[in-house]
Each structure stands twice: as structure tokens, then as C-alpha cells.
Design a protein around this ligand. Sequence first.
Ligand code: ZN
Length: 182
Amino acid sequence: VHEVEAAGADRLHLDVMDGHFVPNLTFGALVVRALRPVTRLPLVAHLMVEAPERLLADFAQAGADGIVVHQEACPHLQRIVAQIHELGCRAGVALNPATPLGTLEEILPELDEILVMSVNPGFGGQAFLPGSLDKVARLRKLLQVRGLERIDLAVDGGIDERTAPRVVQAGATVLVAGSAVF
Ligand code: ZN
């Protein structure tokens, strides 16, 4: 953590996996709590979990600055985004590769971050899906048209020296790199 902080990272993105929404299992709010005193960087919890509403308060109390939930895991997405804001955190929504941008159309102005998954979530080290570039470009255009360019457009999965410039060119403002860094 200190190395990436010194190297210029501007936030830490923590991949929380529950073994149900995604096949893998990682960690929960305890790790956020443990990291909080270690760094001044904002901590963003990316919840790849079923029914994330059960966990929002735990992550907020553990010190998360932002919470990202999956559209696919939230039939009542608007309520969950409002809950995240009530807890004092920035609210993000992640979209799996097959989930259309249109699923966020009604809720767009309430979001602080949109996370475009450029791999299917669940494992580190997967190859970047090239179709993600077009999705990022279409989302950038949508945010421009709606006057919502304050929203972070993040891309997660297969980001490395080769894919990073292409993703930025397509309109991303936040790059999440796991295997390429760690
Ligand atoms: Zn992530």
C-alpha cells in the first residue's frame, strides 16, 4: 500500500468477493478497517456480492470512502445508492461486460462513479475484453449529453501498460489495475 501511494496512486480499490455473486472469495470489511490507519488514500470497496445492502453499514463504519455495488446484484438499486449516500460514502455502480449501459439511465444523476467491468468479475489476471472500449466510449458520450461529466468513469479488469492508453482515449477517468501492479 505504501509503495502504490508513493508511486502516485490516488485511491485504493478493494475487491470484495463473496463466493456467490462471483465464484471466488476474498475479504470483507475487516480488511478495510485494517487498511484505514495505514494510508490517507481514499478506500473504495467494490462489492462483488449478492444482496450488498446487508453490508453497506459495515463497510462505511470500517472507513470506506466509496462503495461500488453491482447493478446485477441490486433489484432495488436506487434505494441502495441512497443508502450509500446516507452513510456518508460516494456511491458507485459496476456493470458486468454483458450488462447494457441503459440499465443505469434512470439513476445516472445519483451516481458518483460508474465502473465498467472489462472482464467478467471473479478472478484476477484475466485478459481485457476489447468490446469494453466501445462501451466506455458510449458511456462517455452519454455523460456528455446528460451534463454529468463529474461522474467518475472507471474501468476494471485487464488494465496494464498496453490497455491503459486505449481506455483513457475512449473516455475513462479512473483505471483500476490489480495484477499489473501487484
Ligand atoms: Zn474491482
